[in-house]
Write a protein that binds this ligand. Sequence first.
Ligand SMILES: *[C@@H]1O[C@H](CO)[C@@H](O)[C@H](O)[C@H]1NC(C)=O
Ligand SMILES: *[C@@H]1O[C@H](CO)[C@@H](O)[C@H](O)[C@H]1NC(C)=O
Length: 244
Amino acid sequence: MANIFFLQLFVNLLLLCTGVFSDVTFNFENLCSDSIWRASNPSIGDLDPELGPDEFEIYNMDDTWSGSIWARTKCTTNASGYFSCETGDCRLGTPECADTTPNFPVTLLNFNVNQSIVSYQISLIHGQNIQVNIKPVGGTLLDGSGPCPSVTCNMDFGNVCPPSLISYNSNGAYVGCKSACDVFNDGQHCCIMNGCQPDEYTQKFKQQCPTAHIYPADNTPPMYQCKGADSYDVTFCPAIGTAS
Ligand SMILES: *[C@@H]1O[C@H](CO)[C@@H](O)[C@H](O)[C@H]1NC(C)=O
Ligand SMILES: *[C@@H]1O[C@H](CO)[C@@H](O)[C@H](O)[C@H]1NC(C)=O
C-alpha cells in the first residue's frame, strides 16, 4: 500500500509541475500469474510497459483520448535484442509500441475520453488473449439511467475455443482464441451489416462474456458513456471463471 501511495503522490507532483490537469485516471492492476506488457494505440506512453504479477499502475489520461489499450503476454528479448510477445505483439522489436496495431488474437479495451465523459468497452472483435475487467469508480451514465456498470470478460476461452480459431505458441501451447472474422475473413463471419445475426462462433463468445463487444454490429450492451467517475479500474486476470 505504501508504494501505491507514493506512486500516487509522485504522479500528483508531476502533474502539478507540468501544469497538466486531467479529469480521468486509469488504474491498471495485473492479477495474472505472469507479467503483462501494456500497449496502446494511439500511445498513452508505453516506455515502461511491463506490469509484474500483483503490480499496480496509476495513469492520468489526457483530457481527450480515443483508442485501444491491450495487454501483451509472454514477452521476451532474443539474443539479438529483438523484443517480441506471444500475443498482442507490435512487431517493432522494442517494448514500446509507438502507435502500432497488435497481432491478433488480442482482447481490446476501447476508450473514448472527453474530459470527464468516458466511453468504455471490452472488444473481442479480434479474439481474446487475456481476461479483463473495467470498473468505473463512481460516475453516472450520461443518459441518466443509473450508475456506470462494470464490463468484464473473465472467462478463459482455452476450453471452448474451436480448434480452427486456436492460436498456439512455438511450443504448441494455447495462447489465445482468434475471432472467426480474422480467420475466415468473409462477410458471413465478420457480421458487418446492421441487424446481422451472430454465428455459432460469436454466439459462443457472447455466452462466455455477455458484457463484451463481440462483432461489429453488436450493440448489447451499448458502449457505455460514463460521466464523472473518479477513476477506471482496469484489472487483468480478475478472478477467472471457468468457461463451459
Ligand atoms: C531475433 O528475432 C528477430 C526477429 O524475429 C530475428 O530476425 C533474429 O534473427 C532473432 N535473433 C536470434 C539470435 O534468434
Ligand atoms: C467533447 O465534448 C464536447 C461537448 O461535451 C464536444 O463539443 C467536443 O466535440 C467533444 N470532443 C471530442 C474530441 O469528442
